[in-house]
Design a binder for this molecule. Sequence first.
Ligand code: MN3
Length: 202
Amino acid sequence: MVYELPELGYAYDSLEPYIDETTMRIHHDKHHATYVKKLNEALEGHEELQKKPIYILMKDLNSIPEEIRTAVRNHGGGHLNHTMFWTLLKKNVKPTGEILTAIKKDFGGFEQFQEQFKKAALGQFGSGWAWLIFNPANKKLEIVNLPNQDSPLSTGKIPLMCIDVWEHAYYLKYQNKRDEYVDNFFNVINWKVVNEYFLKLR
Ligand code: MN3
């Protein structure tokens, strides 16, 4: 095993009632674990690639040999995206710091940001993620949605915050009501951590 499933870092039930314990257990222990397992299988025999952190592989997918590129894109993306996602979750943390200032500046206000983020999360047809990213090209925050396990890093964007809108992320509790899941997700964003990721760009 080269890549490993990271610890969640907090209790599975600590996001209740917004994200339920069973969903967190299955999502982390089964879904994320499977991405890690399949990523490791894909990279068997590719010692040079195994030495690199996963974000480096995702930044430059074209450098991955074609026969394993799709597997790395899917399972490497799954590993990277979920690894970030777990760090972003904590109940009742208010938006704070320079990230809040930048959100207000680039979206016209925090409520406008929330609206646009929700729209991206609901507008992702099928499986995927909505992202708050930093675009190095114009130095602005932007919201994008991407299908499957695609990473913003693969298109030169820096991910700061994200919501998983694969059905496995919410279906047990919310069934078809993705909009309720997204509304409640705003109660579990750890803005302190998002702010730290934003400050690292300086
Ligand atoms: Mn997921």
